[in-house]
Write a protein that binds this ligand. Structure first.
Ligand code: ADP
Ligand code: MG
Length: 385
């Protein structure tokens, strides 16, 4: 981000609140390269922070009033009070910053009143975690402002609590880990059991590749039933198989598992077990041979989500198949599923062909025109000013 746009955000803040901000923070959205729905099964994920960020300008107040404004849409100013943060009364996007404040209060951290202006370039509801970008920008700001000294691991858990218990979305720890712990030119190899992180070089450009995101515009919502029911199947699977989490089931155990589980639960379990294995293989391939070696693993992940976990949709399948038929070396839906975005790892020379083919295929199928753009692995959350 340029200095000019930081200054512009500060200016917008001053116009809205009649004072200067005390600081500006940003946190990125994320793309999950591979490892879907493995996070809440204490497994492995490999997301990367992207060059699309939520930025917030924040001014600390001397009272307990919170005033929140977003440059997106025309939602007006929302007012709240840090002494009475309640999930029930929080509306729309404000539940993300208010949820983070609430969550920090639950840790005994004193939260002052704030004026906050949000401006985000992370597309909403596209599966790129625009919500966690907001939460991570807010928790980074509050960690600095309050001097709480939270570690990245603590901030990850505090944002998870905000999502789970305030927003009401039963999400895991992947998105905020990528947003808080990402690094330019790297994917974040995260073990969700103990939050240990290894940064794995992922530089598509130097391999002559681009990472295309195809936002299908089919909106998803984690608070909806599909996500919760997949979690329930995973919990049932772990219980019947007598393990703490599906992370503890190896690919070699699947044959025996098939005799113990009903058909649907078995397929859900098989997705998680094989997906964990694909994450490990992807990390190894990236380290040994670079991004051009991971195409087949990306597609195998998509097939598993489509057939075993059943979280894809027609638009995502069309985006993936059309990309592959027109030169992408690998493609998969990314994010929680039921809509959102697909990714297509594509030779730079084929980028235009893939874009045009996907646009035409969507038009022919009568689907809403997709939004197609490239992303690169970028830095995690930081203070800008
Ligand atoms: P995702 O996190 O995949 O983008 P979610 O449904 O979890 O999808 O979060 C999207 C929600 O985040 C939106 O409905 C909106 O409430 C909020 N949001 C994201 N970015 C902004 C923004 N710039 N301004 C206002 N609200 C936003
Ligand atoms: Mg979200």
């Amino acid at each position: 981000m340029t200095a000019t746009s930081t200054a512009h955000l500060a200016e917008q803040f001053s116009t809205a609140f009649g004072r200067d901000p005390d600081g500006i923070w940003q946190a990125p959205g994320r793309v999950n390269l591979i490892g879907e729905h493995t996070d809440y099964n204490e497994g492995f994920v490999l997301p990367f922070a992207i060059d699309r960020t939520a930025r917030i300008a924040v001014g600390v107040r001397s009272d307990s009033t919170v005033r929140l404004l977003s440059t997106y849409g025309d939602q007006g100013m929302t007012t709240a009070d840090t002494a009475h943060l309640e999930a029930q009364s929080a509306k729309g996007w404000t539940k993300y910053p208010l949820g983070v404040m609430w969550s920090l209060q639950q840790r005994g951290i004193d939260i002052p009143g704030l004026d906050l202006l949000l401006q985000s370039s992370v597309p909403l509801g596209a599966g790129l975690s625009s919500s966690h970008a907001i939460e991570c920008a807010v928790i980074s700001a509050l960690n600095d402002i309050t001097g709480a000294g939270l570690s990245p691991e603590d901030m990850v858990l505090a944002t998870q609590r905000a999502e789970n218990d305030f927003v009401g979305a039963p999400t895991g720890i992947m998105d905020q880990s990528a947003s808080l712990r990402g690094s330019a030119g790297h994917a974040v190899f995260l073990d969700c059991r103990d939050q240990s992180v290894e940064l794995v070089p992922f530089e598509a450009e130097t391999a002559g590749l681009v990472m295309l995101v195809i936002d299908t515009k089919v909106s998803h919502s984690h608070a909806d039933g599909g996500y919760a029911s997949r979690r329930a199947s995973c919990e049932l699977g772990a219980e019947v198989l007598g393990v703490k989490a599906l992370r503890d089931v190896a690919p070699g155990d699947l044959e025996e598992a098939s005799g113990l589980l009903d058909e649907v639960t078995f397929r859900r379990v098989r997705h998680i077990v094989t997906e964990n294995d694909r994450v490990l293989q992807t990390v190894e391939q990236l380290r040994r041979h670079g991004p051009s070696a991971i195409g087949p693993l990306l597609y195998a992940s998509h097939v598993s989500m489509r057939d075993d976990f059943e979280i894809s949709c027609e638009e995502l399948d069309l985006a993936v198949e059309t990309s592959r038929a027109n030169g992408a070396i690998g493609a998969r839906m990314t994010g929680g599923g039921f809509g959102g975005a697909a990714i297509a790892l594509t030779p730079a020379a084929e980028e235009q062909r893939v874009r045009t083919a996907v646009e035409q295929a969507f038009a022919r199928a009568g689907f809403t025109a997709p939004d197609i753009f490239t992303v690169t692995p970028a830095a995690g959350a930081m203070r800008l000013a």
